[in-house]
Design a protein around this ligand. Structure first.
Ligand code: GDP
Length: 370
């Protein structure tokens, strides 16, 4: 039977090769389908129906662009989820053009890992200025944690305020926590079974999940796209758990002389190149190894110890791990040197430092959050 079968939930063509892509069904399950008219769900829709949980799907760039284009044509409220630990890795380039005249609510997710000592207002201002740099003018910016029911409640209130007579589209690249957020919304909405309907969008293979609202409109989850500049892209799931901050970060301060280096496991590196003895505070996952050495020995140490003492990356992943690229900075004001997806290290005004991250992963300077 060579007929293409379609999931009756989302309309995606069923396939058995890529569990992350739309329409996936294990081969063994598909083999059991003998009747051409059988009503078959892809694994994702199956899970949604039975466990009220959505699973993320990954899209190709082209599919994602088509998806964004169709959103621009709708009259909708757009909710864009970004990871506040990796703004650059989670922006959707050109989103402001795709959304057209539709209003955007910007969700800065994972606020639960920000130390409480950092004022939320500052984080929100910073996030807004980042959005403005991208040409995005959100009607509202919400700092939240997709893992906190109270935050989800708060977001739903904001959405209600702005959605008017419109559908709501959730967009975001993978790893920003969009699935966690949607699952949170599903769990929190009473009478879940009845409220969730999956609908087919004719003419596309784009898998969307729609949560019906009582006024005939809906919340629509759209698939995420992988951002190649994310640290996550270079790590296994296991390692990602070790580096992506998951609990409130406990800042660690190091008094450094110029000519000293901090390794953030084997993933990133920070050199104090020039300046008076100063305090540098690292905001990274509490479990992430920070190792101090002399700058003059650092290259050699890196060569010998990456994948050994400096883990992650694991020895098995070394071959595929991109080389670290060095960028030097002398900030004029107190700043944060951000390692996209990992966290940041504070840098006082006037000193010269260098940040290293895997090729393709951003190292950048921003005005200090504290
Ligand atoms: P998606 O690819 O955007 O759908 O992202 P997921 O929902 O799969 O989340 C990606 C990772 O971020 C997972 O490890 C989640 O547990 C984690 N995550 C999601 N939301 C939050 C949050 O609010 N706080 C924290 N600390 N982690 C989160």
């Amino acid at each position: 039977n060579t007929e293409t079968l379609y999931c009756i939930g989302c309309g995606a063509a069923l396939q058995t090769t890529n569990p992350q892509a739309a329409g996936y069904l294990p081969a063994a399950r598909l083999a059991k389908v003998t009747d051409e008219d059988a009503e078959v769900y892809c694994q994702r829709c199956f899970r949604l129906r039975h466990y009220n949980e959505i699973q993320p799907v990954e899209l190709t760039d082209d599919d994602f662009l088509r998806l964004l284009n169709t959103i621009g044509e709708e009259n909708a409220l757009i909710v864009n989820v970004v990871d506040i630990f990796d703004f650059n890795g989670s922006v959707i380039p050109g989103l402001h053009r795709f959304v057209g005249d539709n209003p955007v609510v910007l969700v800065g997710n994972k606020a639960d890992v920000m130390p409480r000592s950092i004022k939320r207002g500052r984080v929100r201002n910073w996030l807004e200025s980042q959005a403005h740099n991208q040409g995005l003018r959100p009607v509202s910016t919400v700092l939240m944690s997709a893992k906190k029911p109270a935050d989800i409640e708060r977001l739903l209130t904001v959405i209600d305020r702005y959605r008017g007579d419109r559908d709501v589209y959730f967009v975001g690249v993978t790893n920003t926590g969009k699935s966690t957020l949607i699952n949170g919304i599903i769990k929190q909405t009473s009478g879940v079974q009845d409220l969730i309907t999956t609908s087919r969008f004719p003419g596309t293979t784009l898998d969307r999940i729609r949560i019906a609202l009582d006024d005939g409109h809906g919340l629509v989850d759209t698939p995420g796209i992988i951002h190649r500049h994310q640290m996550a892209h270079y790590l296994s799931d296991k390692d990602l758990k070790l580096v992506a901050p998951t609990k409130e970060i406990r800042p660690k301060t190091y008094q450094l002389e110029s000519g000293q280096t901090l390794f953030l496991a084997g993933l990133a590196r920070f050199d104090f190149v020039r300046g008076h003895r100063s305090g540098f505070t690292a905001y990274v996952d509490n479990q992430l190894l920070i190792h101090r050495t002399k700058l003059e020995n650092a290259d050699d140490f890196d060569t010998r110890q990456r994948g050994a003492l400096l883990q992650p990356p694991r020895p098995d992943d070394l071959a595929d791990f991109p080389p670290l690229v060095r960028t030097e900075f002398t900030p004029k004001e107190d700043s944060d040197l951000v390692f996209a997806g990992l966290g940041w290290i504070t840098v006082p005004a006037g000193v010269t430092v260098a940040g290293y991250a895997p090729e393709g992963v951003d190292v950048l300077l921003r005005p200090a959050l504290i």
